[in-house]
Ligand binder design. Structure first.
Ligand code: PXP
Length: 246
């Protein structure tokens, strides 16, 4: 099977830094360490309210990072301008609500098809791979293909929540849906990524989907790094992904 890439989301290194308004822990340092530990990419979400990653973090990542940067952003004019200035390897368009704790649902592509098609066109022209973060839903996947996205990232949050709540029959149904929709997206020519809420316990079944090319994982790994260090946490996730893929 093809290599499954691991993108480390470093947002929550910045969350800890910002809790005290200090210069540390530095998300750019985490990104450099992730590179040495075997991650294939770095993901950072510049939120409208700048609650974790800042504009300066993005600038420093673009200067310092050898790994591809996946720049997560809402579909706003401000974010489009920033992305066009930096031209990161990839941009992942996510829905954003100020009051949410994290990205709770996928983007409603089908409802906003026209606007999103116009929104992503200059990003693609600038050389960014455009990824759309959506629920595992056929209508959203079809809409993502129609607007010209290169990639869809399927939201694994519901699957992970059901696992954590011990609702195993519902978890397995959600997993089956993710599997089916990965194959469907791939059949439309979209590259398939997945992420949100993945842990050592939940990563295996998703990593085993042959169509999935990249997983983006953050919160769990940054938390685990408190106990084991970031390098070993990434290495363990890598090992579990490779074992599931074998
Ligand atoms: N993928 C996307 C599109 C996300 O918005 C996030 C969270 O910022 C992740 C992956 C990573 O999720 P988590 O931090 O729960 O691993």
């Amino acid at each position: 099977m093809t290599h499954l890439r691991l993108g480390l989301n470093i947002d929550h290194v910045a969350t800890v830094r910002n809790a005290r308004g200090s210069a540390y822990p530095d998300p750019v340092r985490a990104a450099m360490l992730a590179e040495a530990a075997g991650a294939d990419g770095i993901t950072a979400h510049l939120r409208e309210d700048r609650r974790h990653i800042t504009d300066r973090d993005i600038e420093r990542l673009m200067e310092a990072l050898a790994l591809p940067l996946n720049f997560e952003m809402a579909a706003t004019g401000e974010m489009q301008k920033i992305a066009l200035r930096h031209r990161p390897h990839a941009v992942c368009i996510v829905p954003e609500k100020r009051e949410e704790r994290t990205t709770e649902g996928g983007l409603e592509v089908a409802r906003e098809e026209n606007r999103l098609a116009h929104f992503i066109a200059p990003l693609a022209e600038a050389g960014c791979r455009v990824s759309i973060f959506i629920a595992a839903d056929a209508a959203q996947i079809e809409a993502a293909a129609r607007i010209g996205a290169a990639v869809v990232e399927l939201h694994t949050g519901a699957y992970c929540d059901l696992h954590a709540e011990g609702k195993l029959a519902e978890r397995d149904a959600e997993l089956a849906r993710l599997r089916e929709m990965s194959a469907f997206a791939h059949s439309l020519g979209l590259e398939v990524h997945a992420g949100h809420g993945l842990t050592y316990d939940t990563v295996g079944p998703v990593a085993a989907f042959p169509e999935v090319r990249e997983l983006n994982i953050g919160h769990f790994l940054i938390g685990e790094a408190i106990f084991t260090g970031l390098g070993p946490a990434i290495a363990e996730m890598r090992r579990l992904m490779d074992a599931a893929r074998a």
